[in-house]
Design a protein around this ligand. Structure first.
Ligand code: TYM
Length: 331
């Protein structure tokens, strides 16, 4: 599953909570568009997840659930490499090495670090600070061409490119410089309660995010309570961020343009938009949920998938790691 003639994509999701439709529309749906044209490495980034506190039992369950979600969304483990980050030791190893080629100033400029460190209070784990270096290592270990992510990861990806370029200019061409793959309308799904804030699985307010695994009633409730405005016109613009967000979610399913949605809903009320969106979301998510539940009952199969994924991932990534070590002067 590593065809030399094809380009490579790498992406990952943290098993740090329940995945949201932000993860689905911003990342997984785009993986599906690319999966047949590329060598694919889709990782469950558990080493990233422990940069904030995790409960062991829950973490164990979530790691498997993320794998089950990848499979249920249609990623074929015979064509794509699905693996768990902590199973492939090259990631942590390269991460240490790249720590020595990354500057404190660069890391302190990371928006996500600034936001997350505010939330954890005074004792900020060092891992939260160096997190983008681990992400750079993930990507650079596979000669990755393209990284499909939501727009919140753009800054991290730019750092990965900077680190790679720096290493290449110090030691000659070693890493491939990866490109982001970010799809505009779905790249930043916003909170249903505060459409100026990104939808996030770590939000305290459960009504602000829709989980991939939310049941019909929760979907109905959360969409009907989502914050809109008092303008009463279904129009795609920045003065109506709530409506804009709902349209973005809708077109991530239907493939329409914002203009087509505006035209279709001309003269109609917010209730109608919410009703259609609710039913589209239920149709989109319920087959996935059924499959996830099936996969979760078959832990042996999940183990088979992640074991196979780990083997290929190790072989491919160790080639790059050995090259890195040689160039640095390790024996
Ligand atoms: P994470 O786990 O926060 O999110 C996983 C993916 O989902 C996207 N995403 C969103 N997209 C649109 N709207 C949203 N509200 C939304 N919320 C999340 C993210 O952009 C991401 O693509 N550091 C990464 C994980 C990672 C990674 C990597 C990604 C580790 N190593 C290597 C790519 C390549 C993260 O925390 O994603």
């Amino acid at each position: 599953m590593n065809n030399q003639n094809m380009k490579t994509i790498f992406s990952g999701i943290q098993p740090s909570g329940d995945l949201t439709i932000g993860n689905y529309f911003g990342a997984i749906k785009n993986w599906l568009k690319l999966k047949d044209e590329y060598n694919c490495f889709f990782c469950i980034v558990d080493l990233h997840a422990i940069t904030v506190k995790q409960e062991p039992k829950k973490l164990r369950e979530k790691i498997l659930e993320v794998l089950a979600i990848y499979l249920a969304c249609g990623i074929d483990p015979n064509k794509s490499n699905l693996f768990i980050q902590s199973h492939v030791s090259t990631h942590a190893e390269l991460s240490w090495i790249l720590n020595c080629y990354t500057y404190m100033g660069e890391l302190s400029r990371m928006t996500q670090y600034k936001e997350k460190s505010l939330k954890v209070g005074e004792s900020i784990p060092v891992g939260l600070f160096t997190y983008p270096i681990l992400m750079a290592s993930d990507i650079l270990l596979y000669n990755t061409d393209l990284v499909p992510v939501g727009s919140d990861q753009k800054q991290h990806l730019e750092l990965a490119r900077d680190i790679a370029e720096r290493f290449n200019s110090l030691y000659s061409e070693t890493f491939k410089i990866p490109e982001p793959y970010i799809v505009q309308n779905s790249s930043r799904i916003m909170s249903l309660q505060n459409p100026l804030k990104k939808m996030s699985k770590s939000d305290e307010n459960e009504n602000s995010y829709l989980k991939i695994m939310d049941d019909e009633n929760s979907i109905k409730r959360k969409i009907s309570r989502s914050i809109t405005d008092s303008m009463g016109v279904i129009s795609y613009n920045d003065d109506q961020p709530g409506i804009k967000n709902l349209i973005n979610i809708l077109i991530s399913i239907t493939g329409e343009t914002p203009k087509e949605v505006e035209e279709r809903f001309e003269g109609k009320g917010y209730g109608e938009l919410k009703k259609e969106l609710t039913s589209l979301l239920i149709d989109e998510l319920s087959p996935i949920q059924k499959q996830v539940n099936e996969f979760m009952k078959n832990k042996d199969y999940l183990e088979e998938v992640y074991t196979k994924g780990k083997e290929t991932a190790y072989i491919v990534s160790n080639k790059i790691l050995r090259k890195v070590k040689r160039k640095i002067g390790f024996i």
